[in-house]
Design a binder for this molecule. Structure first.
Ligand code: GDD
Ligand code: MG
Length: 362
């Protein structure tokens, strides 16, 4: 069976970190999200994946080369000036997917423990043209919401209903099985939304079904969700014995520390610190509740709490980086700087004075 991974969106809520890397390559416990997705597909016996991207995302993926777990990978690329939305890229992959059997489609920006085999089974057992993996959330308004009837038939699908208007709290987990007939519902070469233009039509024709999932499901759309996802996966990996708790004196469990990391004296890393490859940490530093991308240099006496620090950033001596701060790739923070809550700094910027108000610095 084949899968289409939608990964050509613009990840606006994770800017400025997403200015220099697509969301599907954000590391989750030091492994790009896309690598987790490949692994999940391969363990469910899916043999081939089509990455539906734009040219820039393709460039980043090819540079990073995440392991493929035996999957055959192909790319389809949106036209330069026309992002195809969430349905257009599926139509674009029609030739590669073919018409022989149903196929999986998934959003490349969610971390989900989905049993694709069960989802496919549910699809085959009904006369569905599309079967959507559903999960329950507290606030459904940011998602696609499904209303069921007769067991698992979706009678109504509403994308991002207004506050208070969601008929249920069952949301589209961003994973589907589609029958090739769905290609007939999508125009060629045009922007088209599967959630707004295809699912409601299929629901009216009684061809849209849902499949409840209860595995872990996380959207990494916002910075705080991205940090939370890393924290939850870290706990899970340690509980499942897939990541050994570090017993070094300078770490407070749980932590994840990649290869080549150097930690100075009197420094405390953790709890919930994720340090990417070759991160260098000076003396008397505190890092907690934070994700530090590879090749970051953190000088002496720095405190980082609740922040994301992009690849290759340099954090000068005595700096304080507080909750909600998002420091993009290659940023340089000079010595003695205090960044209060929710600061966002664009790639390669240099910060040379303390800033106390919430801001985006570009
Ligand atoms: N190739 C391509 N071209 N991919 C795109 C485009 C495009 O123009 N636009 C979006 N995508 C990809 C994104 O990269 C992402 O992986 C996926 O399609 C979904 O788009 P988002 O922009 O992230 O949508 P969303 O998060 O607001 O909502 C979607 O996901 C929710 C679950 O996280 C919807 O499918 C909701 O119904 C769903 O609940
Ligand atoms: Mg999304």
């Amino acid at each position: 069976m084949k899968a289409v991974i939608l990964a050509g969106g613009f990840a606006t809520r994770l800017r400025p970190l997403s200015c220099s890397r697509p969301k599907t390559l954000f590391p989750i416990i030091n492994k790009p999200l896309l690598q987790w997705i490949f692994e999940g597909l391969a363990t469910n016996e899916i043999k081939e994946a089509v990455l539906a991207v734009n040219a820039l995302t393709q460039f980043h993926i090819k540079q990073q080369k995440p392991p493929r777990y035996g999957l055959k990978i192909k790319y389809t690329i949106d036209p330069p000036k026309t992002p195809l939305g969430t349905a257009g890229p599926i139509k674009n992959a029609e030739k590669i997917i073919g018409h022989e059997e149903p196929f999986v489609v998934l959003n490349g920006d969610i971390f989900a423990d989905i049993n694709y085999k069960q989802l496919i089974d549910t699809h085959i057992k009904t006369d569905a043209l599309a079967t959507i993996a559903l999960c329950k959330v507290d606030d459904p308004c940011r998602y696609g919401v499904a209303e069921l009837e007769n067991g698992n038939r979706i009678k109504n699908f509403i994308e991002k209903p207004a506050k208070g208007q969601a008929p249920t709290n069952l949301i589209n987990a961003g994973v589907y099985v589609l029958s090739p007939k769905v290609f007939d519902y999508i125009p060629k070469g045009k922007q088209c939304s599967i959630e707004r233009e295809v699912f409601p039509v299929l629901a009216k024709e009684h061809k849209l079904f849902g499949h409840m999932t209860d595995g872990l499901w996380m959207d990494i759309g916002k910075p705080e969700e991205y940090i939370l996802t890393n924290k939850i996966i870290l706990d899970n990996l340690i509980m499942a014995n897939k990541l050994k708790p570090l017993k070094k004196s300078e770490t407070k469990s749980p932590v994840a520390i990649d290869k080549g990391v150097v930690i100075g004296k009197k420094t405390v890393v953790g709890p919930y610190a994720i340090l990417g490859k070759n991160v260098i940490v000076g003396d008397n530093v505190q890092i907690r509740n934070s994700v530090i991308f590879p090749d970051v240099k953190i000088c002496d006496n720095v405190t980082i709490d609740g922040a994301i620090i992009g690849e290759g950033a340099i954090i000068g001596k005595n700096a304080q980086i507080n909750k909600g701060c998002v420091i993009a790739d290659q940023v340089k923070i000079k010595d003695n700087i205090n960044l209060t809550e929710d600061f966002a700094v664009c790639p390669a910027k240099e910060i040379s004075e303390t800033i106390l108000k919430r801001n985006i610095i570009c």
